[in-house]
Structures are given as structure tokens and as C-alpha cells.
Design a protein around this ligand. Structure first.
Ligand SMILES: [Zn+2]
Length: 317
């Protein structure tokens, strides 16, 4: 059952206390009732309102243990406000904006929170795109498009996968790529697109062997036509991404942290047709409970474009 507030008034009425926020997380994390994360027993008793003691193994668990809310000294109420604000802003939130809205003393706190919440925007075990998928790569960095050649080092190379939906775009996936080699591109395809789908690309040889990986391959090369006419969807996605990075974030996005922003953009884009903003809040809260806790240090030190580690759900990544 998807249960979420429909507007700010409902949000304020529902999540005014720690107990209300905790109960909401309880229902999201254990919809069928408590399950011990250590031994999977279902019997437990409450200790001091916030802990569950397992009747089988005796270990104590809180609803936030092992999630991004673990060890937070901030009231859940404030986390909820941050999630609400982040998901109800049409174009997303900057750290500065969040700091202002929540009245946080330090910019660093707001920045860290946003990054933590972004790690929850990629659904653990999310399903793969199917159908016909337009794929291309683009450089971000100087934020100008179409650098000739595919070996530029100073900029970040992004792989774009856009599901064709008639003349429009269905869902997307974005990923930072080490380079435009067949190995990198096939890695991206493997984590984004279900085998049996059609990969639609230009004539770049990096895509030439996808048919050996279980995909059909459609190549569009027309002399005298620009790439953006041949692959209009991926180009549209890239231009929206650039506009968003320059607008909401004023271009202040380090390469090192680009993955977080790609995740947020994908989360928003794939839910752009959702009529209810409350539903985005619901998804984010739900996914925040599935993501391993990350510290400020872990976020700052991240250098490799690695996907956030999730608890396995036994589903394909
Ligand atoms: Zn147990």
C-alpha cells in the first residue's frame, strides 16, 4: 500500500513528532511486521520505544539501523523535512537552499545530507530497460557539447541510455564511463539494458559487438545528418542534464561527485510524469531504508565512479 502525504499541509499534520516519523519508517521497512535483520526471526519486543529486541537471538535493532539514517543525531523529523523539500522542488535542491529552508548551521551538513539522499535515489536491484534503447556518450565538464574525437581526458564521459517510447522518451539510465571503448560501453549496457533488447546507436565501433552479448543492434548512420537528428533522445537528455547542472547547481558539481548528481537526475527524469510529488517522497523514504549508511568521509573521499553499495535483494542490478 502506497501511503504518503498529498501536500505540505498533510505532511505537516502527519510528521510533527519523532514517533510518527519512526512509525512511518517501520511500515516501510517491515510492511509485514518486524523481521530481525540478524536472524530473520519475527518475534520481538519493544525496548524504550525506539528499539526492538529479537526474541530468538536477543539482539537489539532500531528501524534506522543499517540505513542512511543510522547514527544520525538529527531528529527524523528534520530528515523528513529534507526529503519532502528535495522531492517537492520541481528542479531539485541545492545544498545552499536546503541549508536555508531547514535553518542548518553548517553548509557542510546540508551538502552531506543531499549526497546521502542521492544514494537512495537509485533503487537497489532496479530493473533493466527493455525495448529499443537509444545509446550514446557525451562529455560533461567544460559543459560544451560535441568535442570531436572520443578520447578527451579533462572532461567526464557520460553514457546515456534512453528508452524509445514512440517519438518520445521512456526511462533513462546515466553512467560515468572510463572511456568510450567497447569494454566500458558493454559494461554500461550490461547494467542498464535487459538482454534481448535493441541497442540503437550511431556508427561508433565501440558498439559493434553488442550482438555477441545478447542484444540486437540498430545502427543509424546517414550522411549529412547531425548526431542530434540521428539520436534525438539521448541528445535531449544530455541537454536537459546540462541545463539542470548549470541551473539548480550553478555548475558547481565536481567530477568526483558527479555520480550522485546523475542518480538524482535519473530519479527525477524517470518520474517526471508522476502527478503526485508525495509519491516521490514515499519512494525516497522507502529506498533510504535499503541503502547502506555512508559517512561524510566516504562521500568526500569517493574518487572512483562506483555505484553505491546496496544490500542485495536478489534482483539483477
Ligand atoms: Zn534475531
Amino acid at each position: 500500500m502506497e501511503d504518503y502525504p498529498k501536500d505540505l499541509q498533510e505532511f505537516d499534520a502527519r510528521f510533527g513528532t519523532e514517533a510518527a516519523c519512526r512509525n512511518y519508517l517501520m511500515k516501510l521497512r517491515w510492511p509485514e511486521g518486524f523481521v530481525c535483520p540478524h536472524c530473520e526471526a519475527k518475534k520481538a519486543w519493544a525496548v524504550r520505544e525506539i528499539l526492538w529486541q529479537c526474541a530468538q537471538c536477543g539482539r537489539q535493532t532500531s528501524v534506522t539501523a543499517g540505513t542512511i539514517f543510522q547514527d544520525t543525531r538529527t531528529p527524523l523529523r528534520v530528515w523528513f523535512q529534507a526529503m519532502w523539500w528535495l522531492t517537492t522542488q520541481k528542479n531539485g535542491a541545492s545544498a545552499l537552499g536546503l541549508q536555508r529552508v531547514l535553518g542548518l548551521k553548517h553548509y557542510q551538513t546540508a551538502w552531506t545530507w543531499l549526497h546521502k539522499l542521492r544514494t537512495a535515489m537509485v533503487r537497489p536491484g532496479r530493473d533493466l530497460l527493455t525495448g529499443t534503447i537509444e545509446m550514446d556518450e557525451a562529455y560533461l565538464g567544460g559543459l560544451e557539447e560535441g568535442a570531436p574525437g572520443r578520447g578527451t581526458q579533462r572532461k567526464a564521459l557520460i553514457g546515456v541510455a534512453a528508452q524509445e517510447d514512440g517519438r518520445g522518451i521512456g526511462r533513462i539510465r546515466l553512467q560515468r564511463l572510463a572511456d568510450a571503448s567497447a569494454q566500458s560501453l558493454e559494461g554500461f549496457i550490461h547494467t542498464s539494458v535487459a538482454p534481448g533488447s535493441v541497442i540503437h546507436t550511431d556508427g561508433w565501433r565501440g558498439y559493434a559487438s553488442v550482438t555477441k552479448r545478447g542484444y540486437a543492434h540498430k545502427v543509424t548512420v546517414v550522411k549529412g545528418k547531425s548526431a542530434h537528428e540521428l539520436l534525438p533522445r539521448t541528445h535531449r537528455v544530455i541537454s536537459l542534464l546540462k541545463r539542470w547542472l548549470l541551473g539548480t547547481h550553478q555548475g558547481a558539481v565536481g567530477h568526483k561527485h558527479l555520480d550522485y548528481y546523475l542518480d538524482e537526475f535519473t530519479f527525477r527524469f524517470n518520474r517526471r510524469a508522476s502527478t503526485s510529488r508525495g509519491k516521490l517522497f514515499y519512494r525516497l523514504a522507502q529506498q533510504a531504508l535499503l541503502v547502506e549508511p555512508r559517512t561524510y568521509r566516504m562521500i568526500v573521499d569517493q574518487t572512483a565512479p562506483a555505484a553505491p553499495k546496496h544490500k542485495g535483494l536478489g534482483l539483477p542490478e
